[in-house]
Write a protein of this length. Structure first.
Length: 286
């Protein structure tokens, strides 16, 4: 089923993300985690493409197994800045052959050595091309409530988001954020700019202190003082940090749904236990 059809139902939805790891030897553990998370019956699951240095080889394969073996709709990510046009089209073909109807079309990060291919510069170019090649495919894109790290300011970033929507994307998923007011403000601004597609709120349950330090240094995400106090107090006690991180994420989700944000996307970091605890604590809400 296409994600745009699920979102059009106008009810709260939950989705989980998994990512293939860098080492191919870890493939089996990721696949097991993905299938376990799929067993929680989310509305859909997404599988990243080479994110954080992970491998892109298995994205479609894992997405296809989630769909075929668990009957859960899959969203396969696809990046373009380090790909040739030929490579992009071979992945799209592989998706079609495996019955994947949803793609998250991304530029991808510029590698540290600066080596990129020249066929695509921005995600909007990829989106336009996918829409022309396969008018029926459901296409998602990324958005950044705090602004993308490379953009000069939020206004420019919102203009570029508008280009992605005009190129044919059906929904957008946000980068993680830890203060819901940032999302509410962003929603106001993008709606004012005429961006009306559904917005899925990306929520990261932080379960260890190191993880949060890494994330924030990479993306410049704002940490509210309430959240910092949790990391200060529980950061060196893994079980306590995990419990507090899940509770924080759950509270964020409840506030979002209460305020009419229906699409919740969890960066579940290949952790079925974390996904399950969040799912259970929302059992009557979803
Ligand atoms: P774009 O939309 O192309 O934007 C990139 C930058 O260029 C922005 O600063 C934008 O403002 C600017 N820009 C856009 N168009 C123009 C223009 N016409 N002129 C000038 N500037 C412009 N990475 C992975 O490698 N694999 C994944 O699976 C993955 N999944 C992700 C999922 C989500 C939900 C999110 C939020 C991010 C994900 N990423 C992933 C990270 C993403 O690839 C990076 O954030 C990347 O740096 C930007 O990708 P984009 O598609 O948002 O790029």
């Amino acid at each position: 089923m296409k994600i745009r059809e699920i979102l059009a139902q106008g009810r709260p939805t939950i989705s989980f993300e998994v990512f293939p790891l860098k080492k191919e030897a870890d493939y089996q553990s990721v696949e097991e985690a993905a299938l376990k998370i799929a067993g929680l019956r989310p509305d859909f699951m997404s599988v990243t493409y080479g994110a954080g240095g992970g491998t892109s080889r298995y994205t479609v394969e894992i997405a296809a197994r989630i769909q075929k073996e668990r009957g859960v709709n899959a969203l396969a990510h696809l990046t373009c800045v380090t790909s040739t046009r030929e490579k992009v089209h071979s992945v799209l073909r592989e998706m079609r052959e495996n019955g994947i109807e949803n793609v998250l079309a991304l530029r991808g990060d510029i590698p540290a050595d600066g080596r990129v291919e020249t066929d695509y510069r921005y995600a909007s170019e990829l989106i336009r091309e996918i829409r022309q090649t396969d008018p029926e495919l459901c296409i998602g894109a990324a958005c950044y409530p705090e602004g993308h790290v490379e953009s000069v300011n939020k206004t420019a970033d919102i203009e570029h988001l508008k280009e992605k929507v005009d190129a044919g994307c059906d929904f957008v998923t946000t980068q993680m954020f830890f203060d819901n007011n940032i999302l509410y403000n962003y929603l106001y601004r993008i709606r004012e700019r005429g961006i009306t597609v559904p917005v899925l709120a990306g929520i990261m349950p932080v379960t260890n202190a190191k993880q949060i330090a890494r994330i924030c240094s990479m993306s410049g995400t704002y940490l509210p003082s309430r959240f910092k106090a949790i990391v200060d107090r529980f950061g060196d006690r893994p079980a306590a940090m995990q419990q507090a991180g899940i509770a924080y994420a759950t509270e964020q989700i409840i506030d979002l749904i209460a305020n009419g944000v229906n699409g919740i996307h969890i960066y579940s970091m290949n952790r079925p236990d974390v996904a399950e605890r969040i799912r259970n604590s929302l059992s009557e809400i979803l």
